[in-house]
Design a protein around this ligand. Sequence first.
Ligand code: HEC
Ligand code: HEC
Length: 128
Amino acid sequence: MLMHKKKLSVILLLAISVMIMSFKDAPEQKKEEQKFSNLKVLSKKISHDDLIAVMKNYNTALGVKCNHCHAKNGEKLDFASDAIPEKNIARKMQKMANAINKKYFGGNSGTVGCMTCHNGKTNPNDMK
Ligand code: HEC
Ligand code: HEC
């Protein structure tokens, strides 16, 4: 009888922990589904807010709007599309900035960013 009770409580404990775990997992999985689909340089785990902050920084640093790199699909911008070549240039630039920071400034310091060279211009070599 005692054995029985022990077994029962173990099973109960297991059931409860499974329940807790599935509660914990549920919102996580939901978030995963809404994740960005075409990230090759930025972390795939980046939050929505952090990604938008990076994008706004691109806008400011280059003096452009989102449509400088993101192609239109009907009325809306299709952010996952790679149709505009500037988007891939931006990927290359982000990789370069990451590499410079890693090699010369330490880790992901972000010391050198788009602004460092572009300073609000699309082409830093354009001195006008
Ligand atoms: C200078 C170019 C550039 C500008 C300007 C820019 N983006 Fe992006 N955007 C990128 C690049 C490059 C990526 C992909 C990054 C990667 O591959 O990791 C990206 C990815 C994204 C994604 C993720 C798409 C997906 O599902 O993979 C969203 C959303 C997005 N940008 C929104 C914006 C918004 C909103 C703006 C304006 C506030 C903006 N971007 C301005 C270059 C740009
Ligand atoms: C070390 C300096 C430097 C940094 C840092 C830098 N760029 Fe550039 N970028 C340049 C230069 C120089 C050019 C012009 C290249 C040319 O004329 O071929 C350029 C050109 C570009 C272009 C193409 C011009 C166009 O038509 O839009 C894009 C897009 C771009 N950069 C995005 C970025 C983004 C996004 C970042 C930050 C992640 C960044 N760059 C960081 C130096 C830099």
